[in-house]
Design a protein around this ligand. Structure first.
Ligand SMILES: [Cu+2]
Length: 166
């Protein structure tokens, strides 16, 4: 969801009041902006082309994701099917750096429109993801998108299991 600055500040105020409510990830943290780069090549594995980096982000409700156009020709987009109920889908233009404030807990899948079939997809885990994580993991993906999501969800499973045990 794109907020105007005023709405955003208002929202941060509302969030501060709600800070006493525990969340899955660290509770009393200030809302933060997390960068996700849109890249032609994975920085650690040049064989992996067309990637979001990092491709998994663990965030708290109230955090903002900024998609950074480090390389040209990419965007970040999603649909209502890939995000928690009540959250707003987004669609950046090609090359556009967009900021998404995450005000609904759950799991968010997203993709680069021209490279979705090349596997350029990512996952945001926001607060308590139990509402839709398994549904998103079990959704139908095709081709390279499917392969990337298998890898992404395997790592996400581990990440969430570690949280449970800590
Ligand atoms: Cu792309």
């Amino acid at each position: 969801m794109n907020h105007t600055r005023r709405e955003h500040l208002f929202y941060l105020g509302a969030l501060a009041t709600a800070a006493a409510v525990p969340s899955v990830a660290a509770a009393n943290e200030e809302p933060k902006t997390i960068l996700v780069e849109m890249l032609n090549k994975h920085p650690d594995n040049k064989k992996e082309r067309q990637v979001f980096y990092p491709d998994i982000v663990r965030a708290n409700v109230g955090d903002t994701i900024k998609f950074v156009a480090t390389d040209r020709g990419h965007n970040s987009a999603t649909t209502d099917k890939n995000i928690p109920e009540g959250a707003s889908a987004w669609k950046g233009k090609i090359g556009e750096e967009i900021e998404i404030t995450l005000d609904t807990p759950g799991a968010y899948g997203y993709f680069c429109t021209p490279h979705r079939t090349a596997g350029m997809v990512g996952l945001l885990l926001v607060g308590d993801v139990s509402s839709n994580y398994e549904d998103l993991k079990g959704a139908r993906y095709r081709g390279k998108e499917k392969k990337r999501y298998e890898d992404i969800f395997a790592r996400a499973d581990e990440m969430l299991a570690q949280e449970q045990s800590s």
